[in-house]
Design a protein around this ligand. Structure first.
Ligand SMILES: Nc1nc2c(ncn2[C@@H]2O[C@H](COP(=O)(O)OP(=O)(O)OP(=O)(O)O)[C@@H](O)[C@H]2O)c(=O)[nH]1
Ligand SMILES: [Mg+2]
Length: 246
């Protein structure tokens, strides 16, 4: 019996027909997404925006990172934030409390943001007046890796409670990222997390990945991340005077 459609065919080529159709649909979906992402990228580039796509497993600290970053840098840079979650406006509410423009995108049954959602998501923002667009993706170390949103960089947040082997187990995500932030280092004294091993695994998967260690709770290591953001803004918007508005 064919497990794909339940018919009684025992013909091998029948099964392959289904297989190739599945692959074609996936290719179409990604091709369409790539097209829309290219449109987003054009818009972002013409607005001299630095755009980051924050990707990680649930609970690694993406929203905490944003909260602390916005509190520390919002007088220096204009931010806009897109929040991706399957359900709730919890994260958008947390960002709204900082006073930064934010829009929640709920994906329902979906496991990732796509370029179409992001293209519409930014419609309410004044992009010409924005320096940094932060996109917090749905907590998921798998699917968001495949979907270009038009960002400059995917940035992954890996917390020390997740285990140092994650780059090996979810290689596509770590290959897709330019920067890995190892978060919750305040918890290291209580764990058997091997920091050096984790970094070695990440570099084995992606030799050009940049790695920073920090704690969104204590603020340790945040300055390095802020310097990286400032350099990114300067690259995207060389005409911008100084590093900020102060
Ligand atoms: N100890 C410690 N806890 C942290 C740190 N950063 C975040 N947390 C905690 O980790 C939990 C999850 O943080 P969030 O910022 O909500 O994580 P998230 O990645 O946005 O989660 P999702 O959006 O659900 O994927 C919260 O209880 C935070 O307080 C940190 O540096 N140290
Ligand atoms: Mg979050």
């Amino acid at each position: 019996m064919c497990t794909e459609c339940g018919c009684s065919s025992t013909d091998h080529s029948h099964h392959h027909e289904h297989e190739s159709r599945t692959i074609r649909v996936e290719e179409d979906l990604l091709a369409k997404n790539n097209r829309l992402a290219a449109g987003n990228r054009q818009l972002f580039t013409s607005s001299h925006l630095l755009v980051l796509n924050l990707v990680s497993s649930p609970g690694s600290g993406k929203t905490s990172l944003l909260e602390r970053t916005l509190a520390d840098l919002k007088r220096r840079f204009n931010f806009s934030v897109l929040e991706g979650d399957q359900q709730t406006t919890n994260d958008a509410d947390r960002i709204a409390a900082t006073g930064v423009p934010v829009k929640q995108l709920n994906t329902g049954a979906g496991c990732h943001l796509d370029a179409h959602m992001v293209g519409h998501g930014v419609e309410s923002f004044d992009l010409a007046e924005t320096d940094i667009l932060m996109i917090e993706n749905v907590g998921n170390l798998v699917c968001p890796a495949a979907f270009d949103l038009g960002e400059d960089h995917k940035v992954t947040v890996l917390s020390v409670t997740e285990g140092e082997d994650k780059p090996l187990k979810y290689p596509q995500m770590f290959q897709a990222c330019d920067l890995m932030l190892i978060n919750k280092i305040d918890l290291l004294p209580y764990l058997n997390f091997d920091l050096e091993q984790c970094k070695a695994f990440a570099r084995q998967i992606n030799p050009r990945i940049e790695i920073m260690e920090l704690s969104c709770q204590t603020g340790a290591g945040m300055q390095q991340w802020y310097d990286w953001l400032m350099a990114g803004v300067a690259r995207k918007n060389p005409g911008r005077r100084g590093a900020g508005r102060e």
